[in-house]
Design a protein around this ligand. Structure first.
Ligand SMILES: Cc1cc2nc3c(=O)[nH]c(=O)nc-3n(C[C@H](O)[C@H](O)[C@H](O)COP(=O)(O)OP(=O)(O)OC[C@H]3O[C@@H](n4cnc5c(N)ncnc54)[C@H](O)[C@@H]3O)c2cc1C
Length: 517
């Protein structure tokens, strides 16, 4: 990546700021149209919201209830395309809506039938009403008191940061240049005040760059206003950051292979309990926060809310000491539109062309990242007067594409990369051992992440190349010293680097543990 960066003599056609789902999606779209594109991420790819989602590729049953049919149809189509393009990471999952009131079966039964109908040829399977016995067969741990039955529908589930890393590889294969740990520190402007590049700092070396580009895309998610203020200090904020948290428990809290969906919690939100990587993921909340931060912390009232709501539906009541990990993410929600210059292309995501010529894209969701990128590149190409090219990402296989990757067992999420990781561990048996008895990850995966997935430190491996930190924070902490050793050997680092890495990881991991009271 660095060699490519250094070799670019002309201004880039596009510079994308932010390495989450939105920015990496834009990089893929631009590169596949033949434009030169540079993406800069201040931390690791996916450090922001894109590793902290509920891991659903979905149309959004909630939007349907709000009557937003076109939005649901668009997302259901994207769900179908993503399942086709990345079958190694997107799976069909049954969601059971438990019914405790007489009206719930007909009400949700009809609504979820419509949800599946709207997916058309991209349907994931017909929904149906379940008897009490069928409901309990699918979710044996449901609270049985007052249970009448349920409704099952089907949606997609994925691993968000693994998909992101595969998207980075896809962008690279299509010719894009993507650097993690390079922060955009300012914007360059021409004599007329139009943005014509960025200034940036290499976080690892302290090196400073001034990088020319024909158009700059601000894809910094919840941080979008900070870069907008660089362009115009007087600009009105467009982001209303809102935090959502998840708690992770062991798999015994949700036996069976299906998820539970509670359509209306006491705060009016949807709550999911989902089997994920051999654990149970429960979330989420919606708490407005004044400022976005890179490492948001779950609030006590959010933790209590999820524990109490889960206890209403699960026969085994989870307690604080059962929480293996807690993680928080910030939704980049867009405030109600306030000015006329919004090139808003859907009620879900917003694309704004600033007076300075910078393009900001935010809102939307993981599921619709491809469509967001298509809209954004259409606008950016016009603004930069680039030759007009059609979007070609609808049926673009994502790196790792494999039609039957289940055969790779614990490495299935790597798809077509799995045999190469297996080969690594066959060459060196010491890499085959698990790093922790509670989690499936091996030393071979750490080496792979350093060599092929741009992992630069312990947290990159434990949080986003593997999901150890999100699944079990104390196991991840115990894995850190060995991961630091393996990375130091791969990246040529010394003992001081190792201890700094561990110190920093221990500090981060504390944010993923729940204090006992
Ligand atoms: C709790 C929760 C649950 C969700 N669940 C789902 C779900 O199940 N399904 C779904 O489809 N969607 C879901 N979403 C929405 C989805 O996760 C987000 O819409 C999506 O991840 C946003 O991606 P992004 O790239 O816009 O932002 P981010 O992922 O936050 O990326 C922005 C990046 O910009 C970088 N950056 C900021 N400033 C700079 C700078 N100056 N220089 C360089 N880089 C910079 C940041 O470090 C960050 O990595 C959920 C969101 C939340 C919060």
């Amino acid at each position: 990546m660095y060699r490519r960066f250094r070799a670019q003599a002309q201004p880039w056609d596009m510079i994308v700021v932010g390495g989450g789902a939105t920015g990496v999606g834009v990089a893929i779209d631009a590169a596949t149209r033949g434009y030169t594109v540079l993406l800069l991420e201040q931390h690791d790819f996916g450090k922001g919201t894109s590793s902290r989602s509920t891991k659903l590729v979905h149309g959004g049953v909630r939007y349907l209830e709000q009557g937003n049919v076109s939005l649901v149809m668009e997302a259901l189509k994207e769900r179908g395309l993503l399942a086709q393009n990345a079958p190694h990471l997107v799976h069909n999952l049954g969601f059971v809506v438990p019914n405790y009131e007489w009206w719930e079966a007909p009400f949700y039964g009809i609504g979820l039938k419509l949800y599946n109908l709207l997916a058309g040829k991209y349907g994931f399977g017909a929904s149906r009403i379940l008897s009490q016995a069928e409901t309990l067969e699918l979710i044996p741990n449901l609270q049985t008191e007052g249970l009448r039955g349920g409704v099952i529908y089907f949606d997609g589930q994925f691993d968000d940061s693994r998909l992101l890393i595969n998207l980075v590889a896809t962008a690279f294969e299509q010719g894009a240049t993507l650097l993690n740990y390079v922060q955009v520190t300012g914007l360059c402007k021409d004599a007329d005040g139009f943005v014509n590049g960025v200034s940036a700092r290499d976080v690892e070396t302290g090196g400073e760059f001034s990088i020319p580009g024909k158009v700059v895309v601000n894809a910094t998610g919840p941080f979008a206003d900070a870069l907008r203020r660089e362009a115009d200090p007087a600009v009105e904020p467009m982001i209303a950051p809102s935090q959502g948290i998840h708690l992770v428990f062991d798999s015994s809290f949700l036996a069976g292979k299906s998820a539970v969906m509670v359509p209306h919690t006491s705060d009016g939100r949807v709550l999911f309990a989902i089997p994920w990587h051999g654990h149970t993921l429960v979330g989420t909340t919606d708490t407005p926060v004044p400022q976005p931060t890179l490492e948001p912390a779950a609030m006590e009232n959010e933790i209590e809310f999820i524990l109490q709501t889960a206890a209403l539906y699960l026969s085994r009541k989870p307690s604080r000491s059962d929480v293996l990990s807690v993680f928080a993410g910030i939704r980049p929600l867009v405030r109600a539109s306030d000015s006329g210059n919004t090139a808003s292309l859907s009620r879900d995501h917003t694309i704004r062309i600033e007076n300075s010529g910078m393009i900001t894209i935010c809102g939307g969701k993981w599921t619709t990242y491809r469509h967001m990128a298509e809209d954004c590149v259409n606008q950016a190409a016009t603004l930069a007067r680039l030759p007009e090219k059609e979007c070609v990402t609808h049926h673009l296989n994502i790196h790792g594409y494999h039609a039957s990757s289940d055969r790779f067992g614990p490495l299935s999420g790597y798809g077509s990369d799995a045999p190469a990781i297996e080969a690594l561990t066959q060459q060196d048996a010491s890499l085959a051992a698990r790093l922790h008895p509670s989690l499936p990850y091996t030393a071979g995966e750490v080496v792979w992440a350093a060599r092929h997935e741009m992992a630069r430190g312990v947290e990159d491996v434990l949080a986003r190349r593997t999901r150890a930190l999100f699944l079990n924070a104390s196991a991840a902490t115990e894995m850190a010293p060995r991961v630091a050793d393996l990375l130091a050997a791969e990246l040529g680092r010394d003992a001081a680097w190792k201890s700094a890495q561990m110190e920093s990881f221990f500090e981060t991991a504390r944010n993923y543990t729940v204090r006992s009271v």
